[in-house]
Design a protein around this ligand. Structure first.
Ligand code: C2E
Ligand code: CA
Ligand code: CA
Ligand code: CA
Length: 278
């Protein structure tokens, strides 16, 4: 967890300063929120870049704190990782998302795929494979599932991570590498881990089309991914020019406010049934 340091403190200090008491308090509050199911899941659709049909949804955690209001997942996920709570968080998001999607009957139909964010720390323990298997126990066809892997530089137990991912991939689960191109997601991951999809980080997409360097970087990521026969999704797509650029250069899927923001399950149901997917 070495490389959690700087980023963790930056996000955290912004929220609470150096107050150790409130850090402990927030940890206790988060534990309670997990136990009492005070967390919820928002769903952000992902789209085929050419047809704009829905290809999947990404599950994103939301925490409405009783006193502090909404707390960003960037803050509480880092806290959960540091405090050994990430396994319970991943348990929660998998169970909740599968439960809610099941009630709508959308998964595997109008929504071909569910993407869940997982942490490098989800692969630390020797029993992590069993834990993943039990999370998806009630899913018949695992090809509807995808794991988005972040902060791969924080992987502690590489052999275990590789074994778990390979085994899940064999069972048809898709593996996506999140925030690709940032310091946490290095190129070597593409060689060492079984990857199906690359997710171009939104920081590279933000200044497209005006920034020439960013255009070059994104085109290069796309060309490389094509050669390696990986699917590519662009995140943080906020305007038509970005969507058009990505589509033109062979990006398979798009995600971002231009097309749809994260939304609660009831809205997702309406969104998918309105016939208007963009
Ligand atoms: P991420 O996986 O990179 O998720 C994308 C973030 O970008 C989300 O922020 C989403 O709301 C936001 N976003 C979506 N479209 C746009 C857009 O067009 N423009 C911009 N500027 N932003 C957009 P969110 O929901 O605050 O999540 C932040 C991070 O927290 C996620 O980044 C992910 O790393 C982490 N996270 C969220 N839920 C979970 C979870 O269940 N488990 C784990 N381990 N991490 C989670
Ligand atoms: Ca993600
Ligand atoms: Ca990202
Ligand atoms: Ca992220």
């Amino acid at each position: 967890a070495k490389n959690l340091g700087a980023g963790y403190l930056r996000v955290y200090d912004h929220f609470f300063g150096e107050n150790v008491h409130s850090r402990l308090q927030l940890t206790a509050d988060l534990k309670k929120a997990i136990e009492t199911e005070a967390l919820s899941v928002a769903y952000q659709p992902q789209f085929d870049a050419a047809t704009l049909e829905i290809t999947g949804v990404e599950a994103l955690l939301r925490w409405q704190h009783p006193e502090h209001g909404p707390i960003s997942p960037d803050t509480f996920i880092a806290l959960a990782e540091q405090q050994g709570l990430i396994g319970s968080i991943t348990d929660f998001v998998c169970r909740k998302a599968l439960e809610e999607l099941k009630q709508t009957g959308l998964l595997g139909k109008k929504i071909p795929r569910l993407s869940v964010n997982v942490s490098a720390h989800d692969f630390d323990d020797d029993d992590s494979i069993d834990r993943f298997r039990s999370r998806f126990e009630f899913v018949d066809d695992w090809s509807v599932l995808q794991l988005e892997l972040t902060e791969t530089a924080a992987i502690n137990n590489f052999e275990n991570t590789l074994a778990v991912l390979s085994s899940l991939q064999k069972a048809k689960i898709n593996i996506s590498i999140d925030d690709f191109g940032t310091g946490y997601s290095s190129l070597s991951v593409l060689r060492k881990l079984p990857i199906d999809e690359v997710k171009i980080d939104r920081s590279f997409i933000h200044d497209i089309p005006s920034n020439e360097d960013d255009r070059t970087i994104v085109r290069t990521i796309l060309a490389m991914a094509h050669s390696l026969q990986l699917r590519v999704i662009g995140e943080g797509v906020e305007c038509k020019a970005q969507a058009e650029f990505l589509r033109k250069h062979g990006c398979h899927e798009l995600q971002g406010y231009l097309l749809a923001s994260p939304m609660p399950i009831t809205e997702l149901d309406d969104f998918c049934n309105s016939g208007q997917t963009h």
